[in-house]
Write a protein that binds this ligand. Structure first.
Ligand code: SAM
Length: 281
């Protein structure tokens, strides 16, 4: 029984980090004429209302996207991400927030393809409805992304970006990510894989970046944004990270420039900080 609904968290600081990096990776892929596939193993519903329903419960977006919304000093690459959110809110009021499938749909070109997995029956129906008019360019698969990825790798153009963004409410998700990546890299070693993870006190969350380094991929980038110090009671998410296998070579430099800005704008106390590490081939 799946209980996680991403709508509760839409637009929070973790979504900002994830979708910002997603825009950077996809824009880099667009620089070459050759088409590519975007695969989302855990897609969510695609688009979220910030003014009604789940997202209003804790209003997590207020300490996330809302803090960037009216800034006039955004670094260029962050402005690119905020512009994707603006495209969904043309009247200038922040009322809708894009999930990763929508972000991808905005950036991918007509010849690129989206393959979107979502297991929760309500969210997969919403996702299907959100992409009902997209034709063959987008396929929504109402099923398990951990298992389903086998069927879409390697993508026919031999170029691809996979976002892996499970809820991690089930602690087995940490192992499933590693198992899935062994399988995925066996089928498509040159693909770019972006793995999101939460910063929690739980041992599995702390170890995930180290486990990802052990996959033996020659080129990776790890970035994490802590918006506060870990809480004294050991509960709650104090930040999140993205680990990218085969990242764009330009990404580390871009992040070196923008992460201090994100710490300043999204930081909630003196414990706010970022980590940036990379291995290059
Ligand atoms: N990637 C989305 C975004 O950035 O907008 C958010 C995804 S949310 C963190 C995780 C999603 O994974 C939830 O919608 C949940 O229902 C779904 N889910 C959980 N287990 C899954 C599985 N094994 N395969 C596919 N989807 C799953």
């Amino acid at each position: 029984m799946l209980s996680y609904r991403h709508a509760f968290h839409a637009g929070n600081h973790a979504d900002v980090l994830k979708h910002y990096i997603q825009t950077q990776i996809l824009s880099y892929f667009n620089q070459k004429d050759k088409s590519y596939w975007y695969i989302d193993t855990h897609s969510g519903a695609g688009v979220y209302s910030l003014t009604e329903g789940y997202a209003t419960k804790n209003a997590e977006f207020e300490s996330g996207i809302a803090r960037l919304w009216n800034r006039d000093d955004l670094p260029e690459s962050l402005a690119e991400y905020v512009n994707v959110v603006r495209a969904l809110n043309p009247d200038g009021k922040l009322t809708l927030y894009p999930g990763s499938p929508y972000v991808a749909d905005q950036i991918l070109r007509p010849t690129d393809r989206l393959r979107l997995f979502e297991l929760h029956s309500s969210d997969s129906k919403l996702l299907q409805a959100n992409f009902a008019e997209s034709g063959r360019r987008v396929a929504v698969i109402a099923g398990d992304g951990f298992a389903g990825i086998k069927a879409v790798l390697p993508p026919p153009p031999r170029r691809g970006v996979t976002l892996i963004d499970p809820p991690y409410e089930d602690k087995n998700d940490y192992d499933y990510v590693i198992d899935m990546l062994h399988e995925a890299l066996g089928r498509f070693a040159t693909g770019t894989y972006a793995i999101w993870y939460p910063q929690l006190q739980r041992a599995e969350a702390k170890q995930l970046p180290e486990e990802l380094k052990k996959l033996g991929v020659n080129s990776w980038l790890h970035v994490a944004l802590s918006v506060q110090s870990p809480s004294a009671d050991g509960f709650g998410m104090h930040g999140s990270g993205m680990f990218i296998l085969n990242p764009p070579w330009t990404l580390a430099n871009t992040l070196r420039e923008t992460m201090p800005y994100l710490v300043k704008v999204l930081g909630q106390n003196k414990g706010a900080k970022y980590i940036l590490e990379e291995k290059t081939a």
